[in-house]
Write a protein of this length. Sequence first.
Lengths: 170, 317
Amino acid sequence: MRWFHAKYSKGQLKIQEMAFVLIGIMVFFAMVFVFYAAIRGTSLSKEVQEIKEDEANEVVKKIVSSPEFSWGGCSNCLDMDKAFFLKDRKGYNGFWKLGYLRIERVYPLFGNGECTPSNYPACKSITIINSSEFGTPAWTFVSLCRQENENGGYVRCELGKIYASEEKLP
Amino acid sequence: MNKRGFEFSFGWIFAIIVGAVFIVLAVYGASKFVGTERYGRDSEVAAQLSLLMNPIETGVEESKSTMINLAGETRIYNTCSKSGNFGTQKIAVATKAGIGGEWLPPGANSTTYSKYVFSKSVIQGSKVNAFSKSFEMPFKIADLIFIWSENDRYCFIDPPRYIEEELDALFLSSNRTNTIALASSASSCPKESTTICFASSNCNVEINEQSNSVKKKGQTVYYYGPLMYGAIFADPAIYQCQVERLMKRASELSLLYLKKSEYISTLNSGCSSNMQGSLLSYSNQTLRTTALDVDKLKFSSDGLRRLNDALVSCKIF
């Protein structure tokens, strides 16, 4: 009976040892997986941000030829009047998937402020999109064209810049 | 004791069972991992494909054409939704792979609001042909993008001269693709090509220039201008959806031009004020327009164009 009791305990010990080894291996692989998932998640986040940045760069190149901004018949001309009234068009919220979109007059300067109904067109910039978090804006030079009422009315074009940036991921 | 017996302790049994469970779990985990990685890669390809369509869009050009080379055999899923202010254009991609199923469900959709892609709902191939045309009615509304696979062939039977010249300029003279053919009769068309007739029937696509209609897959839709190509290359459901999305954009653009007209008329002694009523009416009319009556907008569109052209010093568009 004593001999039988001792053999039974030895088997139990071996099973317990094996169980601990198996648990240890599982914990080890779980930690490896968590580590890999964290690195993969970070790189995925970076890839998404890069794609959004590329998208914003492409938008800045093409947005001047968009019907909402284009001045008919001129390849790099932006209709400043349309851009100004686009500020108030709530229907365009989220349309360009940008975090920041601003048009700025470079030369000649009329003032330093944001364009409002009281000071337009004697103002410097029109900010159409300004979310709380956005990346470094890409920009390009454009011609800002608008109707002028002097001398019976004519089209006036000035030098400007357009800035656009993607929305930052939370 | 039985000398011919084999001692198999409980420890060994336990180890084999647990080992088998681990192997099954590892194989399951690996297959899930491969599926997740493929989903991520396909989503990235869809986003890059959307970006690639940006240079295809026209600026002041009337049309542009190109060919997109994909990494391998790929399925492109084109989904159009009418909900929202401008509707939604979704592109998803599934790539062919050796591990797992040949074709798995596509990755995440790449969503845009400013693109209008006319194609079949699923395109499969390693190369994709694309061209774009500017859509004006009467002001520019958007660029229409038409895409089809290298495996799809289209045969235009005795087309009108302007279409022949356009196709020649976009594709034929540069040998950019062999998927577009011009023929004098259906018997001259390449095998398994989609036939497009302009003055006869018994073709896959029948175009009636008098009524501005296109009959395809048993359905008749109407077109204006370059929308005819949309009706040729796209499935009817996608064509109808994209037309309604374009009309929504036309409506918003009309309201923008209305605001511009109101501003200019205060600057310039009422110049363009005669367009304001027409612009508001056009905005309302386009919101109600579908692919079944888009050709009827021609009258309102031409009227707006005439009013604008009559303005000497303060054209709105």
